[in-house]
Design a binder for this molecule. Structure first.
Ligand SMILES: O=C(O)CCC(=O)C(=O)O
Length: 293
């Protein structure tokens, strides 16, 4: 049985939606939406291609991460390969490797690229630190919440991406690892013996195309699959509620420090402990809603 995430994320015309419509229908109620073609208004939409990046910044060395499906106890803090950017772009156009370029601060290398776009007027209060993400065909960004609990606006350029989303109130049923913002479940191959709570989660999914922006409200879980090799950019705004803002600060400070420290002390044991806590929480969540494992 497949996990329940076939409900499509709503898609609206990003070229015509007003700020008021976006605020009332999506930002305030914290509902995800695809803003189709929102970025068509900016020069970056046509200018930023694989060739453009190869020609303008091909010699930069980039740190790459594997999808680490093989070792779910690891976080993405230390790259597992370094390569010239143009070689990496050639690679992801050519073949499904495992290597992704994650949270790439491209604008530190080339600040002039910031002139190629503006921050969409559908909202305000952007944290003006955009990041880019590059990945090969079939690569997976395993399921996680963003640690700072911000609202995320993820725009797609080259290639398409499949995104699966779950609301933050599903965290226990998704076996969120305590002291962490990851889950060990594989949304495409759910193991209901190991994770019975998964029978009760309800999510949504979509496919992002060139120029689309996906609004992911604070704390939304996301699992991403690159259908083709390609790249995207994310910008963020602070969480709408005080508890989510506090949660973000807590995650970035106390939680992260504790997790790093415990991992250094005894990685394996700590990981097993977190998994057992996650199981307990899922069990309690199922009892709360009157469900049986
Ligand atoms: O698109 C990607 O490769 C990852 C995006 C992501 O996980 C995020 O913006 O939090």
């Amino acid at each position: 049985m497949a996990l329940d995430f076939q409900t499509p994320v709503p898609i609206v015309d990003g070229t015509t939606i007003t700020r008021e419509e976006f605020t009332e229908q999506y930002a305030k109620p914290q509902k995800p939406v695809v803003l189709r073609g929102l970025w068509k208004q900016y020069p970056a939409y046509t200018k930023w291609t694989m060739d453009f990046f190869r020609q303008t910044m091909g010699s930069i060395e980039v740190g790459l991460f594997g999808n680490r499906k093989e070792d779910l106890s690891k976080t993405l803090q230390v790259p597992n390969a370094v390569m010239r950017f143009d070689e990496y772009l050639n690679l992801i156009e050519r073949e499904p490797t495992d290597l992704r370029l994650f949270l790439f601060p491209i604008f530190k290398h080339r600040p002039e690229l910031l002139k190629d776009f503006d921050y969409p007027k559908i909202t305000s209060g952007y944290i003006k630190v955009p990041f880019m993400f590059f990945g090969p065909p079939k690569s997976i960004v395993r399921m996680h919440q963003d640690i700072d609990m911000c609202n995320v606006y993820l725009t797609q350029f080259h290639g398409r991406k499949r995104v699966v989303l779950f609301a933050p109130d599903q965290s226990d049923l998704l076996y969120r690892l305590p002291f962490n913002v990851h889950s060990t479940v594989d949304v495409d191959n759910p193991d209901y013996e190991e994770y019975p709570g998964l029978k009760y989660v309800k999510g949504s999914s979509t496919i992002l195309e060139h120029g689309d922006t996906l609004f992911m409200p604070s704390g939304y879980w996301h699992h991403i699959e690159y259908l083709e090799g390609g790249f995207g950019l994310s910008v963020r705004t602070l969480a709408h509620t005080l508890p989510m803002k506090v949660r973000g600060v807590y995650n970035l400070t106390i939680q992260r420090t504790t997790d790093n420290l415990m991992r250094k002390m005894n990685d394996k044991k700590w990981f097993e402990y977190k998994k057992s806590l996650a199981r307990e929480r899922a069990q309690k969540a199922m009892s709360r809603i009157g469900l049986q494992a």
